[in-house]
Design a protein. Structure first.
Length: 387
């Protein structure tokens, strides 16, 4: 019996080591290839969202490739008009940028003056008068001018130095500024390059969906294909429910927020309303992100602190109502993730992928839960992730 039981601890430790190394390799791959994986995830999410619309056109006796092309073209056209409206607002903002900059300088100078006054009053209050350092007495302007004239008249002439020969230097290495600019442009170029693939990926995912689905099922045996199909549909339904639910909630918030900003005559209310509404839906950091755009826009017009306080209060109330009352009914009833898992997912994907990771953390985790719920050997993990 000892010959059969002795290798078991070594095998278990070896499997554990392999699992840890595989997990570390997966995390490293997700981090260093984040631009590639983010592009794939975004294209997959968009494809899941547009697939029901393509199915409607297919039922109208259109080929799937043609239906996919029509849906993608309509989507790109809608994004173009949205971008055109944002571009118009940005141009208007650029015209008001000088007054905005002057307003910011005045606010900074006013704050600095008040801080100096508070420091001076605090110093005078805490330090006894006999120990206070008196500021130097500044002479009158006319007396200072006469003193400078006398000192200049009596001073001996300064010896003139020979003109220095200009030194010719050959730069063999790029300056730090050029290195920084090159690194910035390079990173932006890689992101822009990957983003240009999104429309093509979405089109091919939609037009070749049936072929990819059949080919993917062939990787599994006959008893497992039913489970794989349910997992596929579960992931698609979960992603659609999350994204569409957030979009509907953001649209409701946009209508209310734009109405409020229009009533108080907030500059650029047409762009600040949707921006504040959708930023409010970002988990945990949505409130400060939602309050920042209207506060910055209000600097152009408002001088009363009460207006800024009112803006923050209205944005905070809308944020609390959306997340505590509307979000569980519109989105939470479909996702079923517990708060601890959501927090850990936000920390994990935010660390790996930055700001876009905070946006994609919940749909990725919800998709993993959908797979775990449909695979019998992983249902325990699905319950662990669930609410």
């Amino acid at each position: 019996m000892s010959t059969f039981t002795s290798p078991l601890p070594a095998q278990k430790s070896g499997r554990t080591s392999i699992a840890v190394l595989a997990l570390a390799a997966a995390v490293a791959l997700l981090y260093f290839g984040r631009v590639f994986f983010i592009t794939i995830v975004i294209a997959t999410v968009i494809a899941f969202l547009l697939d029901p619309v393509v199915t409607i056109f297919v039922r109208m006796r259109l080929p799937r490739a043609v239906a996919s092309f029509i849906v993608c073209s309509i989507t790109l056209l809608a994004l173009y008009f949205i971008g055109l409206g944002v571009y118009t607002q940005v141009l208007s903002f650029m015209e008001d940028l000088p007054s905005y900059s002057q307003r910011m300088n005045d606010i900074v100078d006013n704050v600095a003056t008040r801080v100096d006054q508070v420091e001076q009053r605090t110093y005078q209050f805490l330090v006894p008068k006999r120990f206070q350092v008196q500021p130097p007495v500044t002479p009158p302007p006319q007396a200072e001018t006469n003193r400078r004239r006398r000192s200049t008249r009596n001073a001996p002439p300064e010896p003139q130095e020979p003109a220095a020969i200009p030194e010719v230097r050959i730069h063999t290495e790029p300056t730090p500024l050029l290195t920084y600019v090159y690194g910035y442009v390079r990173s932006f170029y890689s992101v822009l390059l990957m983003a240009s693939f999104v429309p093509f990926l979405v089109y091919f995912m939609l037009s070749w969906r049936d072929h990819m689905r059949r080919s993917f099922f062939y990787l599994f045996s006959d008893p497992e294909r039913h489970i794989v199909g349910k997992s596929w549909d579960g992931v698609a339904g979960m992603v659609r429910a999350y994204v569409i639910g957030n979009f509907i909630l953001g649209l409701m918030m946009t209508i209310i927020t734009c109405g409020f900003f229009f009533l108080i005559r907030l500059p650029y209310w047409a762009i600040m309303g949707p921006l504040s509404a959708f930023l409010s839906l970002v988990p945990y950091v949505g409130l400060p992100l939602a309050a920042l755009p209207p506060l910055l826009a209000g600097l152009i017009r408002y001088n009363e602190p009460a207006v800024y306080f009112m803006i923050v209060m209205v944005v905070a109330v809308l944020h609390l109502i959306a997340l505590n009352l509307l979000y569980p009914k519109v989105v939470g009833s479909r996702v079923h993730l517990n708060p601890l898992v959501v927090t850990i997912a936000l920390m994990f994907w935010g660390t790996l992928w930055g700001g876009i990771g905070l946006v994609l953390a919940i749909p990725i985790t919800a998709a993993v839960k959908a797979v775990c719920d449909n695979v019998s050997s992983l249902q325990g993990y699905g319950k662990l992730l669930g609410d």
